[in-house]
Design a protein around this ligand. Structure first.
Ligand SMILES: [Ca+2]
Ligand SMILES: [Ca+2]
Length: 309
C-alpha cells in the first residue's frame, strides 16, 4: 500500500523575479533642441517597457500576489488549509485559467521552492464520451524536467459520485471525496496514487487502486480518469492541487483560486475589475510593453522632426 504524506513543510524566501532587460533605447545624444524637450518625459517613455517587464509576475513565485497588494503578513506561513476560508471549486467540463506567480507554501507563506513548473497556468477538464473518461490537461509555467531532484505531486480532487453528503468537510479537499494523483520523487519515476474519503472514519483511505492514465509533454500533464472511477452520469466538482517539495520547503498551487483563501474571518486583496474583456495577466503585460514601446518610438520621431526644423 503506498504510503504518502501530504505534509509538506516550511517556508523561505524566493529569489528575486525576472530581470528586466534594458529596453534597447536609442542613444539620445544631447543637442540644443533636446535640451528644450522635457527630459523626464523622455526618461519615462524609455523606461516604460523595462518597467512593464520588471513587474510581470514570474512563474513559481508570489509576484502576482504581491502585485495585488498582499502584505508581508499575508505572505507569511500563518494558517493551515483547514484554518482558511473555503477553497473554490470548479464543476464539470471547462477551462480554468490561473495566474502565474500565485504559489505559496503549505501554510500560505512565500515559498523558497520557486520552480516555474510548479505554477499552474490553466486546467482544461473534458468529458470524453468516446474514451469514457474525464480528461484533465494541466498546463504549468515551465517545462517539466526529465530528471527530477525533488518530489512533485499533481492531484485532482473530485466529488466522484456527485453526492455531497459524503464529501470532505474542510481544508484543501473540501467538497470532494476522491483524490487522483500522479507523482514522482528522486527515487521513483512518475506513478499514480489514489485516496478516497471515508466519511464515517473521517479518513482518507488508500486501500483502493486507480487505473487512471497520464502523459507528460513539455509544459502539460494530462490525466484520464475512467468513468468507472468518476461517474460519467454526474457533473463532478473538482479542484487541482500541484505541489513541489524539496527538503522541508514546498511550493503549492491550487486551481481554481488565487494563492490560498484567507484565514477564516480575514480578507485578501483581489484583482481589480478592469474591463469587459478578460485578458490573461501575461497578455496584459505584452500589451502594456508593446504600447510603451510604440509610445517611445513616437516620442523619438516627434523630437527627430523638431530637430530637423
Ligand atoms: Ca498559478
Ligand atoms: Ca461525494
Amino acid at each position: 500500500m503506498p504510503q504518502r504524506s501530504h505534509a509538506q513543510e516550511a517556508v523561505g524566501f524566493p529569489p528575486s523575479g525576472g530581470t528586466p532587460p534594458d529596453g534597447g533605447a536609442s542613444p539620445a545624444g544631447p543637442t540644443k533642441h533636446m535640451q528644450t524637450i522635457p527630459k523626464t518625459f523622455i526618461a519615462i517613455s524609455l523606461l516604460l517597457p523595462s518597467l512593464a517587464l520588471a513587474a510581470a509576475p514570474a512563474a513559481g513565485t508570489s509576484d502576482y500576489l504581491r502585485s495585488l497588494g498582499y502584505t508581508d503578513a499575508q505572505l507569511s506561513p500563518v494558517a493551515t488549509t483547514e484554518e482558511r476560508e473555503a477553497f473554490e471549486i470548479s464543476t464539470g467540463d471547462g477551462d480554468v485559467e490561473d495566474p502565474v506567480g500565485d504559489v505559496v507554501d503549505r501554510k500560505g507563506g512565500v515559498t523558497s521552492v520557486t520552480e516555474p513548473y510548479g505554477d499552474v497556468s490553466s486546467v482544461s477538464m473534458t468529458r470524453n464520451d468516446s474514451a469514457q473518461t474525464w480528461d484533465a490537461v494541466v498546463t504549468v509555467g515551465g517545462a517539466i524536467p526529465e530528471k527530477i531532484d525533488r518530489k512533485i505531486q499533481l492531484s485532482i480532487l473530485i466529488d466522484a459520485d456527485g453526492d455531497t453528503a459524503n464529501n470532505a468537510p474542510g481544508g484543501v479537499r473540501v467538497g470532494t471525496d476522491a483524490e487522483f494523483t500522479v507523482q514522482t520523487t528522486p527515487e521513483h519515476p512518475w506513478y499514480t496514487d489514489f485516496r478516497w474519503y471515508n466519511k464515517d472514519a473521517d479518513f482518507w483511505a488508500t486501500n483502493k487502486e486507480t487505473t487512471l492514465t497520464f502523459e507528460m509533454s513539455g509544459e502539460t500533464i494530462s490525466m484520464s480518469i475512467p468513468f468507472a472511477e468518476v461517474s460519467g452520469d454526474v457533473t463532478p466538482s473538482w479542484r487541482v492541487v500541484l505541489a513541489v517539495a524539496k527538503g522541508n520547503s514546498s511550493e503549492i498551487d491550487v486551481v481554481p483560486g488565487i494563492g490560498f483563501p484567507p484565514p477564516k474571518g480575514e480578507t485578501y486583496p483581489t484583482p481589480a475589475e478592469t474591463s469587459t474583456i478578460d485578458i490573461p495577466p501575461a497578455a496584459k503585460w505584452v500589451v502594456i510593453t508593446t504600447l510603451a514601446a510604440i509610445l517611445s518610438v513616437l516620442v523619438h520621431r516627434k523630437f527627430a522632426k523638431k530637430r530637423k526644423k
